[in-house]
Design a protein around this ligand. Structure first.
Ligand code: UD1
Ligand code: CA
Length: 493
């Protein structure tokens, strides 16, 4: 049920200079979702009456990400006055005048924060008569964070930023997590008092805590049990550490749901991926985007699947696949490259050193070796010979190749699109198929072979080849087999 007495403000206006990146900090992904997307998803799950996101730096790119992750959010543009306090001050203007509930402020750069932690914070705040409750943590390294300064009696007194802290204050290792719950009127009043008189020349939200205390209000800090929950991301070292933590949580959750993950350290699973019981992930595997793997499938080693569907019992080895569908019981790889639009039917095969793109390969059909199949449709139970290329591009336009069902094409064929091969047709080895092949026909384009008898002994006398040739001609030759099947030169495996 929507909590109309709760407003959430997400701070996403900062520049994120410590990332040293052209990409705004909050758009750097972990687990396949931008940093800010994690915070927005958590905020969304609380079902608050009001959600406001504050933007400024690269605002259009941020707004796009925010609207895709949390469509109902109100966007507020921060003005030129810098600081988290200013961001909140301006966000409050977007709330209805008669709103008198609680305001949850969350920094946009704490992606591992979960809903359970926020729910605890909200309950704790509402069960105590305090003007503000904040989350604190005890990380291994407090460098860079605002420090929580408590009174001798242990009550929260104020927060001091690293850059403004004395040596004694810096020695404190309890830090401000950047997650706060305030009564709206107390927050408004205190923010009006905040100045930019500090080392960074910013309006700090953190100053509100000391101001509330001095105005005689109670404030409290709730330590979280695991500091990783609230670790802020400011640089790329923190980004990779958070991504590894998130991945470890996801791998463990899938293991407990029945997925075998042989090597968690080299297996990466995005947050939106879905795996079924009895899937096996071998080392070096990345299950990215909205990839779905059905039960009993084995993926890896060294495989990257992006937005790809894998059917039950399929086997995918040393493969890179994007926006593809791999049917149940199908076999892919090793060393296959499936580009967008590849759809492999049940029991089908895309084998070794094969690249496919926009290719629909029917049930039981196989492209086993060394091929490029693009803009192509293949029926059921067909076999494409080793080293086959669909020439789909005339330099200006892409054209389609159609191969029917129960077709057997020879090794090293080139299909010059647009072209089609009818059901049950064959083609010889080395055929260049430029014209449509009718159903049941054998297509051949290679000129007949001519043997110049005795050429080596005449033209290369004294060589080892010539000696071998004369020794061979001394013994009676075995008749060469020459039937249609040999002429077709099919490779079938
Ligand atoms: C902030 C806190 C610090 C705390 C830490 C927790 C302040 C002054 N300091 O420091 O006490 O320990 O988070 O991770 O709040 N932002 C805006 N507008 C701005 C500046 C920042 O919206 O003008 C946003 C940023 O996009 C970011 C968040 O606020 O999502 C925090 O900003 P950041 O610069 O990372 O603050 P810290 O220095 O980490
Ligand atoms: Ca930060």
């Amino acid at each position: 049920m929507t909590d109309d007495r709760l407003a959430i403000i997400i701070l996403a206006a900062g520049q994120g200079t410590r990332m040293k990146s052209a990409l705004p900090k909050l758009l750097h992904p972990l687990g396949g979702v931008p940093i800010v997307g994690h915070v927005l998803a958590t905020a969304r799950s609380l079902d608050a009456g009001h959600v406001i996101a504050v933007v400024r730096h690269e605002r259009d790119r941020l707004v796009e990400a925010i609207e895709s992750e949390l469509p109902g959010a109100t966007i507020v543009d921060q003005d030129e006055v810098p600081g988290t306090g200013r961001a909140v001050e301006q966000a409050l203007l977007a709330l209805p005048d008669d709103f008198d509930g609680d305001v949850l402020v969350v920094n946009g750069d704490v992606p591992l924060l979960n809903a359970a932690t926020l729910t605890t914070l909200i309950e704790r705040h509402r069960n105590h008569d305090v003007a503000a409750t904040i989350l604190s943590a005890m990380p291994d390294d407090a460098t860079g964070y605002g420090r929580i300064i408590r009174t001798e009696a242990g009550a929260l007194d104020y927060i001091v930023e690293q850059k403004d802290a004395t040596d004694a204050e810096r020695a404190v290792n309890e830090i401000n997590a950047g997650v706060y719950l305030f009564g709206v009127s107390q927050l408004r009043d205190a923010l009006a008092e905040v100045t930019t008189d500090n080392a960074q020349g910013e309006k700090y939200l953190t100053d509100v805590i000391g101001l509330l205390r001095r105005a005689g209000s109670e404030v409290s800090a709730l330590p979280v049990s695991d500091s990783w929950l609230v670790e802020g991301i400011n640089d790329r070292a923190q980004l990779s550490a958070a991504a590894a933590k998130l991945n470890a949580l996801l791998v463990r959750a899938w293991q407990l749901a029945g997925v075998t993950v042989q090597d968690p350290a080299t297996t990466w699973i995005d947050i939106k991926a879905r795996l079924h019981a009895d899937v096996t992930l071998l080392p070096g595997t990345q299950i990215l985007g909205a990839t779905v793997v059905e039960s009993g499938a084995t993926i890896g080693p060294d495989t990257t699947l992006i937005d790809t569907e894998v059917g039950a019992g399929a086997r995918v080895r040393r493969t890179d696949a994007t926006l593809s569908v791999i049917g149940a019981g199908a076999e892919v790889g090793p060393f296959a490259y499936l580009r967008p639009g590849t759809v492999l039917g049940e029991r089908g095969k895309i084998g070794t050193f094969v690249e496919t793109k926009n290719a629909q390969i029917g049930e039981g059909s196989k492209v086993p070796h060394l091929s490029y199949i693009g803009d192509t449709e293949i029926g059921v139970e067909s076999n494409v010979g080793a080293g086959t290329i669909t020439s789909n591009y005339d330099g200006v336009h892409k054209h389609r190749t159609t191969i029917g069902s129960h077709v057997r094409t020879g090794a090293h064929n080139t299909l010059v699109a647009p072209v089609s091969v009818g059901d049950g047709a064959y083609s010889g080895a080395g055929t260049v198929i430029r014209k449509d092949v009718p159903a049941g026909a054998l297509a051949l384009t290679v000129a007949q072979q001519r043997n110049v008898e005795g050429w080596v002994e005449q033209k290369r006398p004294g060589t080892a080849a010539a000696t071998a040739a004369s020794a061979a001609s001394a013994t009676p030759a075995v008749d060469a087999v020459s039937d249609d099947a040999a002429a077709a030169g099919n490779v079938d495996s």
